[in-house]
Write a protein that binds this ligand. Structure first.
Ligand code: HEC
Ligand code: HEC
Length: 240
């Protein structure tokens, strides 16, 4: 029951952690407790041969104003490009035949009536077209990666976790009247929220939690900060 909350690729680590910690565990976590889990669509380290939607495709669509024109309200040519799901639903990629995909056709055609982005905007360069084509051929997946070096092999509370909380959370979560009644100003208060699952739920923007820090996706912690905190929680939030 406990393990069902975890994705298979985390089972090994969790199993190992449970073996180590079972000696000093008392109350088992109840199934309803939110527990950290690896987001199956969460960031991975970048594979140089893979094209990632978040990191390679979305920037092209933003840079070339595809998204600015193809909003849900404009619905130009029946194509909406403001999100991955809408792109797929617009039926412009054929993973079995990237070259005949509508998405590739409109950025490579010489027909001025069809060409995207429309003149006088600059056409996509060869590298951008190849990026789109490769991504489609690899299955047009909704994946993200992180290129930053993120070493979580030796995470410590005082040098890795606490500075993140101090920079990004403490302004609202300290003092006599912390926001939401949540105090995050010491090891013991932070570890309490780490162990009851609310810290992870909030920073990972899981459904059912207030996303933290507040203010939308732009305020979300970086992928590496999330991985760092997740690793620390997985190790049962030690005071190291
Ligand atoms: C200045 C606004 C504008 C920009 C920028 C723009 N489009 Fe379009 N797009 C349109 C309009 C208008 C149509 C509808 C054309 C029509 O129906 O004849 C269209 C149609 C399309 C279609 C459907 C074509 C068809 O034949 O059905 C696709 C696919 C498309 N755009 C993709 C893109 C991509 C990819 C980009 C960025 C590289 C992009 N568009 C940038 C305005 C834009
Ligand atoms: C700008 C102020 C602000 C910042 C910065 C902030 N919080 Fe919050 N936090 C709030 C408020 C306000 C609430 C209460 C939200 C509510 O219940 O509507 C809250 C609630 C929470 C909760 C309870 C959420 C739940 O659904 O259980 C947690 C946990 C939390 N914050 C953690 C954090 C962490 C961790 C950070 C830093 C990564 C952070 N907060 C940064 C204002 C802030």
């Amino acid at each position: 029951m406990i393990l069902s909350a975890y994705s298979p690729r985390n089972l090994l680590i969790i199993g190992f952690a449970v073996m180590i910690w079972s000696g000093c565990q008392h109350d088992p976590v109840t199934p309803s407790d939110p527990t950290p889990e690896v987001d199956p669509e969460g960031p991975e380290l970048c594979d140089p041969d893979t094209m990632y939607y978040d990191d390679h495709i979305l920037p092209i669509l933003e840079r070339r104003d595809c998204i600015a024109c193809h909003t849900a309200s404009n619905n130009l040519g029946g194509v909406v490009l403001t999100s991955y799901d809408e792109l797929i639903q617009s039926d412009i990629v054929d993973v079995n035949d990237p070259n005949s995909s509508e998405l590739i056709r409109v950025v490579t055609t010489n027909d001025p009536d069809e060409k995207m982005p429309p003149a006088p905007d600059t056409p996509l360069n060869e590298q951008e077209v190849n990026t789109l084509r490769t991504w489609i051929g690899q299955g047009a997946l909704n994946i993200a990666c992180t290129s930053e070096e993120c070493d979580v092999s030796d995470v410590s509370f005082s040098s890795d976790v606490e500075p993140i909380i101090q920079n990004r959370c403490e302004s609202c979560h300290r003092g006599a009247a912390p926001q939401g009644g949540v105090l995050l100003d010491s090891y013991s208060s932070i570890a309490q929220y780490a162990r009851n699952g609310r810290l992870w739920g909030a920073i990972n923007h899981d459904t059912g939690f207030e996303p933290m820090p507040p203010g939308g996706p732009d305020e979300k912690l970086s992928d590496c900060e999330l991985l760092t905190i997740k690793q620390w929680i997985t190790e049962d939030a030690p005071q190291n």
